[in-house]
Design a protein around this ligand. Structure first.
Ligand code: NB4
Ligand code: NI
Length: 185
């Protein structure tokens, strides 16, 4: 199972690399790795297991964070309208997005960053994603608000981008133009 010892921390070159497309159909290895990444997130949200293995809670994980520079990610969360998302994705792509922006009022954190970096992280308010799921099916999602933020954070990792790269150093707490807090959407 994946534990915090497997999580690569900032400073590691792999977190700043553009990850490689996964050859599809995915190999057993890649399928197993993505399954394990999804299981890690579920474990991290289970109080008992998280306590036993000292896991930091998370709602998403990208392969570069376990040292694998491949375009695959897993998410497991419930959005503010109680809609559940639990999936592993290969080669996710944002095929369209809104001009309007959104952000989490409390900012963001990252399992690869062992420090708080306060500030607003502007994200697209609505996105459309295309990808291949763990069953090898082509999937297309329209996401908004919190769900859109989670997937953008993970896809950024596949492009070597960290959440704090988006924070405006001059005005870290200034909501961007034409934006709505995810909690208000
Ligand atoms: C990814 C998220 C940071 C902002 C928002 C949140 C948590 C992460 C990083 C957008 C994506 C991990 C991957 C949480 C968390 C709310 C839901 C359900 C019950 C506890 C859990 C706590 F843990 N971020 N951590 N950070 N990342 N919400 N929740 N709760 O997930 O670095 O690249 O279990
Ligand atoms: Ni992260």
């Amino acid at each position: 199972m994946i534990t915090m010892d497997d999580i690569v921390r900032e400073g590691a070159p792999v977190l700043r690399e553009k990850a490689e497309e996964v050859n599809l159909p995915a190999s057993n290895d890649d399928n197993e790795t993505l399954q394990e990444m999804l299981q890690f997130i579920k474990n991290s949200q289970d109080d008992e297991i998280a306590k036993k293995y000292n896991l930091r809670p998370g709602v998403g994980l990208a392969a570069p964070q376990i040292g694998i520079s491949k375009r695959m990610l897993a998410v497991h969360f419930t959005d503010f309208n109680e809609k559940e998302y639990s999936m592993g994705l290969f080669n996710p792509r944002i095929v369209s997005h809104s001009v309007e922006k959104t952000y989490l009022q409390n900012g963001e954190g990252c399992l690869s960053v062992d420090r708080d970096v306060p500030g607003i992280v502007p994200r697209y308010a609505r996105i459309t994603i295309q990808a291949t799921n763990l069953d090898g099916e082509q999937v297309k999602f329209r996401l908004k608000g919190y769900a859109a933020i989670v997937l953008q954070h993970e896809i950024d990792h596949l492009d070597g981008i960290m959440f704090y790269d988006h924070i405006d150093e001059q005005q870290p707490f200034q909501p961007p133009e034409n934006s709505t807090a995810a909690e208000e959407m």
